[in-house]
Write a new protein. Sequence first.
Length: 143
Amino acid sequence: MRVVKSFEEYLNEGIVKKISPDKQRAEDLKIEAKRKYELLKRMIDSLGIDDDTANDYVEFCYDIIMFLIRSHMLNQGFASSGKGAHEAEVAFARKLGFDESEIIILDQLRYFRNRILYYGKRFDKEYAEKIIAFTKTISQKLK
């Protein structure tokens, strides 16, 4: 995998813009992340984790983490858009205390989620379990 650029590079490139903090939108994203996380837990409890559910869980995990990161960005007065926006959000995770190993996993998750959406890439139970555990740890860190 490639090295994720610094958040400041995305800011300098105009992918991230400085805005007035948007506390309401940030709170709405936190509420949506919590709702998705609770639904994910219910789905796991009722369906279990297997190769057939892996992709759906990976996508849910990505959404949960990104909603929480975006929430922090909005609270601090930043918004990203356009090509590179998701990479910029990954880079912002450094400002939230993510270590480089977590940044690598998060960037890989971003890449793999795009592979699911645009190429029909399939993931297995083991990868889903890894990402679910990562999401549990990271979502606690982001609260």
